[in-house]
Design a protein around this ligand. Structure first.
Ligand SMILES: C[S@@+](CC[C@H](N)C(=O)[O-])C[C@H]1O[C@@H](n2cnc3c(N)ncnc32)[C@H](O)[C@@H]1O
Length: 279
């Protein structure tokens, strides 16, 4: 084993530097990710069902969604929102780059003509066949991207919407950043089987923080017959920072909340829920 290579991989990376593999597209971890989305005992990958129902209710009421209106969910995962909205008569499209999740979501939709799934990377240009009334990104997914990809995503969202169309999403707050720093970890373990591998492997985990940019990185190095590193980033936001990003990409902020369930904003909240509109 090349020790220099190992040390280099484990050091604090340049901000947003990719790992050597991705949990979303590696076939084994993608299967486990889908299971995590469907696990209703935690809010880790997808929010639990009670929370999802409150979010759907809030979005329906706030935007006055009616039969035959249309919606697009960026990073739809297992289609938990798309299929629910489609059952309510909303023409719903889900976009995700996980083939596994899209396959599952299509299966569950049972050919409901109101649901449609696109297998695509939402940071690459997407041609939409129609303009939608509403766009969503749920589960703080916006912040996992570096700034240039956030811009590409916002440009796709802008193109997907009618003028004045709604964009609902949530991001983690600066309060969440400070809390995450208190939980900083560096650990190692040897497992027979884990989320990352179905066989024996060594796992080394380290958390890194970038104070100037308010970004965290969870690095997970896996050693079996190969060495791979996974790097999961999260960007944290103040209201000013997210408002500026939206404004620069053609959106206005209509309402700032503590979450997408419609709770009023409060400074101690770990999440910021945003209701924005295409200009
Ligand atoms: C945290 S999960 C949330 C899924 C869904 N929004 C929910 O709340 O149930 C993030 C999803 O975004 C997808 N994703 C991440 N990066 C993506 C990209 N660049 N293009 C398309 N989908 C992406 C992942 O495959 C995953 O399904």
């Amino acid at each position: 084993m090349n020790t220099n290579k190992l040390i280099k991989m484990l050091k604090k990376p340049e901000i947003y530097m990719n790992g050597t593999d991705s949990i979303w597209t590696n076939p084994y971890t993608a299967k486990n990710m889908l299971e995590a989305h469907l696990d209703d005992s935690h809010d880790g990958a997808s929010y639990r069902i009670e929370k999802r129902d409150k979010i759907i209710n809030y979005i329906m009421t706030k935007s006055n969604l009616c039969n035959n209106d249309s919606l697009v969910d960026f990073g739809c995962g297992a289609g938990l929102y798309v299929n629910k909205f489609a059952n309510l008569g909303i023409m719903s499209t889900g976009i995700d780059f996980s083939e596994n999740s899209i396959k599952y979501a299509r299966n569950v939709s049972k050919d409901n003509i109101d649901s449609n799934f696109i297998h695509s990377d939402y940071t690459k240009h997407i041609d939409f066949e129609r303009e939608h009334d509403i766009a969503l990104i749920i589960s703080k997914d916006y912040g996992v991207l570096p700034e240039n990809n956030r811009k590409n995503l916002l440009s796709n969202i802008n193109n997907s919407l009618v003028c004045d169309g709604y964009f609902f999403f949530d991001v983690p707050s600066y309060t969440a950043y400070e809390k995450a720093k208190t939980q900083k970890r560096s650990t190692w373990s040897i497992s027979q089987k884990s989320f990352y591998r179905p066989h024996e492997h060594l796992k080394i985990e380290a958390d890194y923080f970038y104070d100037k940019e308010k970004v965290s990185c969870k690095s997970v190095l896996i050693v079996d017959d190969k060495i791979q590193i996974y790097r999961m980033y999260q960007t944290y936001f103040s209201i000013e920072k997210i408002t500026k990003e939206l404004k620069d990409c053609g959106f206005t902020v209509q309402e700032v909340l503590s979450n997408l369930e419609g709770e009023a904003y409060n400074e101690s909240s770990h999440t910021i829920g945003l209701v924005s509109r295409k200009k």
